[in-house]
Design a binder for this molecule. Structure first.
Ligand code: ZN
Length: 284
């Protein structure tokens, strides 16, 4: 759907758009219980995933389905997701002071107690390992996968360099490995395509990665936006029960996001919405 792809924005060759974890990281999330516990420790909650499509195709989740007949459509839940974009060639820019992180945004989400999902590139976790660990060990957050270096998984995709089909699964696994190396533990097996770009061949090629792809139904328009109110207005106008909102966690390319969230969160709570992580949105 074309509408699903507009979250990408291009500036200076960089694209922002709409972070997941394999079974081994879930295993890591299980802290070993102390030896003397009388009852067995509760099993770690496994994040829900969607069943693969035909021929193992990677499934795609966009929002909690509405009208499922169980009354869930009316539940006012919404998932805010934040993409932590960074490409391999942006290392020198980071070294010269450009900030691809946004710790103020993360601090705000903590202050407001907003559970959220960060779709992180492996490259971002390598650049900001302390932040990746802090986010990935805070139960308020979950880290999902946004590829290693924000290359396109189908073309055209905003002029992004392209990952070859044979290298797609490896690219996703490389990002998961970067999260593990940083010490992140609450990592979920979800993947967001850079630029939101994918096609049927991509879904087939990515099948071995065993991830659920996560798109969105609400585009915040925060990429390169400077008017926080416009971003907030767009989100507030677009959210419906079960919505999934795409935003960014990279100050240099999405400078208005924190200010927009400052408005979005109280206004949605006023309307009766509860914020959930993607894993909770996907449940049921
Ligand atoms: Zn992105």
């Amino acid at each position: 759907m074309a509408a699903m792809v507009v979250a990408g924005a291009v500036l200076g060759g960089a694209v922002l758009a709409g972070c997941a974890s394999p079974a081994d990281s879930r295993t890591e999330a299980t802290d070993s219980p102390t030896a003397a516990t009388a009852s067995p420790p509760a099993a770690p909650k496994k994040p829900p995933t969607m069943a693969p499509g035909p021929a193992g195709r990677t499934p795609v989740f966009e929002r909690r389905p509405s009208g499922d007949g169980a009354g869930r459509s009316a539940e006012r839940v919404v998932a805010l997701t934040f993409d932590a974009d960074m490409t391999a060639d942006q290392g020198s820019r980071a070294a010269s002071g450009e900030r691809f992180d946004n710790p103020e945004l993360i601090a705000l989400l903590r202050r407001l107690k907003v559970p959220s999902t960060v779709f992180m590139t492996g490259r971002w976790a390598e650049e900001y390992p302390a932040q990746a660990k802090a986010i990935g060990t805070d139960p308020l957050f979950e880290i999902a996968n946004h590829s290693y270096s924000h290359y396109a998984f189908s073309t055209p995709c905003y002029g992004l360099p392209v990952v070859e089909k044979a290298a797609m699964t490896r690219d996703v696994e490389r990002a998961f490995a970067a999260f593990r190396k940083a010490g992140a533990r609450n990592v979920v097996p979800y993947f967001r395509f850079p630029g939101g770009c994918y096609d049927d061949a991509t879904l087939r090629a990515l099948a071995p990665a065993k991830v659920t792809a996560v798109q969105w139904d609400v585009v915040s328009g925060d990429a390169f936006a400077t008017d926080a109110d416009a971003v907030a207005d767009q989100v507030l106008a677009g959210v419906r029960p079960g919505s999934l909102v795409v935003m960014h966690c990279t100050r240099s390319a999405a400078p208005a996001t924190e200010a927009a969230v400052r408005r979005i969160v109280p206004e949605l709570r006023e309307r009766g919405y509860r914020f959930v992580k993607v894993s909770e949105l996907m449940e049921g």
